[in-house]
Design a protein around this ligand. Structure first.
Ligand SMILES: Cc1cc2nc3c(=O)[nH]c(=O)nc-3n(C[C@H](O)[C@H](O)[C@H](O)COP(=O)(O)OP(=O)(O)OC[C@H]3O[C@@H](n4cnc5c(N)ncnc54)[C@H](O)[C@@H]3O)c2cc1C
Length: 574
C-alpha cells in the first residue's frame, strides 16, 4: 500500500495549486493524474483570467465588489454569494502570485498586466497572456511543482502521471484514500492518505460537440458520486457561443472582447435584434449569445442552417497577430480561413460544467478528509452561468483554499486509517476489471460513447423540453444496459487503453444521467438551462441548488438553499 499524507487527483491548475498549498504547509503530497499534468485541459484555456486590478483606463475604478456583483448577476442569482465574495476578494492576490512565479502575462504600455473586455463585465477585467493564458498559467504552476525535486529545503511533490483513479475509499464517513490503475503497467494500487482532493476537471465529453479535451470524460466526478458524495447543479452546462464550425475548437471570447462582430447571412450584427443582447452585443453573457445565435439560425439568418460568421477583419493584421495568434493558427489549420481577410464560421458548442462535486467555500465536502476544487467542484461561484475568465480564477483561488484546509486537517490527524477498507476496495476493483476483461458480450465502447454524445447533443442542448429530456433519460438507461455487455478489444494489462476508455465510459454514462435528471426536474429557465416549455425564471420554486445522489437504480434528487448575500435576486436585464 502506498502512503502519502495527502493526495491530489488532477494535474490541471486547480490540482497543482492545491498541491503547492499543501507543500507550503510542509505536508507530503502526491499528485495523481491520468495524463502528464501539462496535458490537462487547463493548458487549452485561451482568453484570460478575471481580477479587478483596474489596469485598463476604462476599468480604473474596478473593485472586488463590482466583480462580485457581475459574477452573481451573470450566474442568474444561483451562485452562493459568500463563495463569490471569497473568490473576488482573493483574485488580485492570486494573480500577482502567478506573476511573481513568472507567468508571462501580456502587458500594457506602462508594463502593467494587460486586461481585455469579456462578457458580463462593463469594462476590461480579464488578464491574459495573448490567447494562450491557460498554457502560460499551467506551465508556471508546473514549474513551481517540480522546483523542489532536487532541493533539500522543502518536500518534493511526487507526481504519478498516467495513473487513473477508479475508486474513492471512505470508512466511517472519513476519506482514507483511493484505488488507482497504473496505466503503463496495468497494476492496481491502493493509495492511503490523510486527505484527498479531487481536481479532476469538467465532463464536457459527455457531449460530442464540445470544446473540451477528449480526456474530460466525467470519470473523476463519477468516482466521487459513486462513493456517495452528491453532484450539485449538474443541469447547468455552458455552451460557448463561438466554436469553429464542425470541429468545435474554441474561438475565444477574447475575439469579441477585442472588438470582433457576429454577423448573419445578411451581414448584419444580428444581436441587436434581441432584447437581452442589444445593449452589450458581442460581450453579453455566453448563455444569452448562444441562444440568440441559435434563434438567428432557426429564423433562417444563418448559413446552411448551421452557423453564423465571426468577423475580425476590421481589427487589422497587427492586432490579430499580437493578441490572437493562436486563433489565427486554429482558423488556418482547421478551417482554411485567415481571420485577417476572411470570416470565421462559428456555431455554439458545449464548453463548461457549472455543476460538480458538492463542496463549501472551504473546498470541504460532506465527507471528512475529502475536498474538491476547480471545474470538478461546485462551490458554487458560477451558479447557472459562468462568466468568461472566472473559471481559471476559480481554479487557483479554490485550489489554494482546498490545499490549505486539507493541510490543516492532515496535521491534526493521529495515525493512519483505513488499511482494511482500502484492501477490500482494491480486491473489488480487481474483480471489476477482471469481469470486464472476461466479458463475452458484443458491445463496443466507442459505439456506446458516440450514441451517448448524440443523445446529449440533440436532446440536452441549448434549448430543452420535457419530451426530449424524457427520451434522453430512456436512451441513457438503454446505453447503461448495453454497457453491461461491453467487450474489450484487448485484454492484456499493459497500456490497455481499451480498458481505460471502458472504465471512463461508465463514468460518462452515470454523470450524463445526473445532468438529464436535474434538467428534467428543473421546470424553469435560468442561465444556461433554458426550457422552451418553462421559459421564465421561477425564484419562488427554483432558487435552490440541485443535489444528485447516486443509487444503484438511478439518480436520487434533493435540493438545498442558495446563499444569498448583499445582492438581492433581480431580473437579469442587460
Ligand atoms: C478550450 C478551452 C478554453 C478555455 N478558456 C478559458 C479561459 O480563457 N478562461 C477561463 O476562465 N476558463 C477557460 N476555460 C475553462 C478552464 O480552462 C477550465 O475550467 C479549467 O482550466 C479547469 O481546470 P481544472 O484544474 O479544474 O481541471 P483540468 O485542467 O481539466 O484538469 C483535470 C485533471 O484531472 C485529471 N483527472 C481527471 N480524472 C482523473 C482520474 N480519474 N484519475 C486521475 N486523474 C484524473 C486529469 O488528468 C487532469 O490532470 C476553457 C476551457 C476550454 C475547454
Amino acid at each position: 500500500m502506498i502512503y502519502h499524507d495527502a493526495i491530489v487527483v488532477g494535474g490541471g491548475l486547480a490540482g497543482l495549486r492545491a498541491a503547492i498549498a499543501l507543500n507550503q504547509h510542509n505536508v507530503k503530497v502526491a499528485v495523481i493524474s491520468k495524463v502528464h499534468p501539462i496535458r490537462s485541459h487547463s493548458v487549452a484555456a485561451q482568453g484570460g483570467i478575471n481580477a479587478p486590478l483596474g489596469n485598463h483606463p476604462r476599468g480604473i475604478y474596478d473593485t472586488w465588489e463590482k466583480h462580485a456583483f457581475d459574477t452573481v448577476k451573470g450566474s442568474d442569482y444561483l451562485a452562493d454569494q459568500d463563495a463569490v465574495i471569497r473568490m473576488t476578494k482573493e483574485a488580485a492576490e492570486r494573480i500577482y502570485e502567478m506573476e511573481h512565479w513568472g507567468c508571462p502575462f501580456s502587458r500594457t504600455s506602462e508594463g502593467k498586466i494587460a486586461q481585455r473586455p469579456f462578457g458580463g463585465a462593463g469594462f476590461p477585467r480579464t488578464c491574459y497572456a495573448a490567447d494562450k493564458t491557460g498554457h502560460a498559467l499551467l506551465h508556471t504552476l508546473y514549474q513551481q511543482t517540480i522546483k523542489f525535486k532536487q532541493a533539500a529545503e522543502r518536500n518534493e511533490i511526487v507526481i504519478y502521471e498516467e495513473w487513473l483513479v477508479t475508486d474513492l475509499v471512505i470508512e466511517d464517513g472519513v476519506c482514507v484514500g483511493v484505488i488507482v490503475l497504473d496505466i503503463i503497467s496495468g497494476r492496481l494500487e491502493a493509495f492511503q492518505a490523510g486527505a484527498v482532493i479531487f481536481a479532476t476537471g469538467g465532463v464536457g465529453r459527455i457531449y460530442g460537440n464540445s470544446t473540451n479535451a477528449l480526456i474530460n470524460t466525467g470519470m473523476g466526478m463519477a468516482v466521487s458520486y459513486w462513493a456517495g458524495i452528491p453532484l450539485k447543479d449538474m443541469e447547468f452546462i455552458q455552451f460557448h457561443p463561438t466554436t469553429l464550425l464542425g470541429k468545435n475548437i474554441l474561438i475565444t471570447e477574447g475575439c469579441r472582447g477585442e472588438g470582433g462582430f457576429l454577423l448573419n447571412n445578411k451581414g448584419e450584427r444580428f444581436l441587436a435584434k434581441y432584447h437581452d443582447s442589444k445593449k452589450d452585443m458581442e460581450v453579453a453573457p455566453r448563455d444569452i449569445i448562444s441562444r440568440n445565435i441559435m434563434r438567428e439560425i432557426m429564423a433562417d439568418g444563418g448559413f446552411h442552417n448551421s452557423y453564423v460568421h465571426l468577423d475580425l477583419r476590421h481589427l487589422g493584421e497587427e492586432k490579430i497577430v499580437q493578441r490572437l495568434p493562436g486563433i489565427r493558427d486554429i482558423c488556418l489549420e482547421f478551417a482554411g480561413v485567415d481571420p485577417v481577410t476572411d470570416f470565421i464560421p462559428i456555431q455554439p458548442g458545449q464548453h463548461y460544467t457549472m455543476g460538480g462535486i458538492d463542496c463549501n467555500t472551504e473546498g470541504e465536502t460532506a465527507v471528512k478528509g475529502f475536498y474538491a476544487a476547480g471545474e470538478a467542484a461546485c462551490v458554487s461561484v458560477h451558479g447557472a452561468n459562468r462568466l468568461g475568465g472566472n473559471s481559471l480564477l476559480d481554479t487557483i483561488v479554490f485550489g489554494a483554499i482546498a490545499g490549505g484546509n486539507a493541510a490543516k486537517y492532515v496535521q491534526g490527524l493521529e495515525g493512519k486509517k483505513g488499511e482494511g477498507a482500502l484492501s477490500d476496495a482494491l480486491k473489488c476493483a480487481e474483480q471489476k476489471i477482471g469481469t470486464l476483461g472476461k466479458s463475452g458480450g458484443n458491445e463496443i465502447q466507442a459505439d456506446i460513447k458516440v450514441a451517448l454524445n448524440k443523445v446529449m447533443d440533440t436532446k440536452v442542448g441549448i434549448f430543452r423540453e420535457a419530451s426530449h429530456l424524457k427520451e434522453a433519460v430512456n436512451d441513457i438507461k438503454i446505453l447503461q444496459e448495453r454497457y453491461e455487455r461491453i467487450k474489450l478489444n484487448y485484454t492484456g494489462r499493459r497500456v490497455n487503453l481499451s480498458l481505460v476508455w471502458a472504465l471512463e465510459l461508465k463514468g460518462s454514462l452515470d454523470v450524463a444521467e445526473a445532468v438529464v435528471a436535474g434538467a428534467l426536474a428543473r421546470e424553469e429557465s435560468r442561465g444556461s438551462h433554458f426550457r422552451t416549455d418553462f421559459p421564465k425564471r421561477d425564484d419562488m420554486v427554483w432558487l435552490k441548488h440541485t443535489l444528485a445522489y447516486f443509487t444503484p437504480v438511478g439518480v436520487r434528487l434533493d435540493y438545498k438553499p442558495v446563499n444569498i448575500g448583499p445582492f438581492e435576486p433581480k431580473e437579469r436585464k442587460y
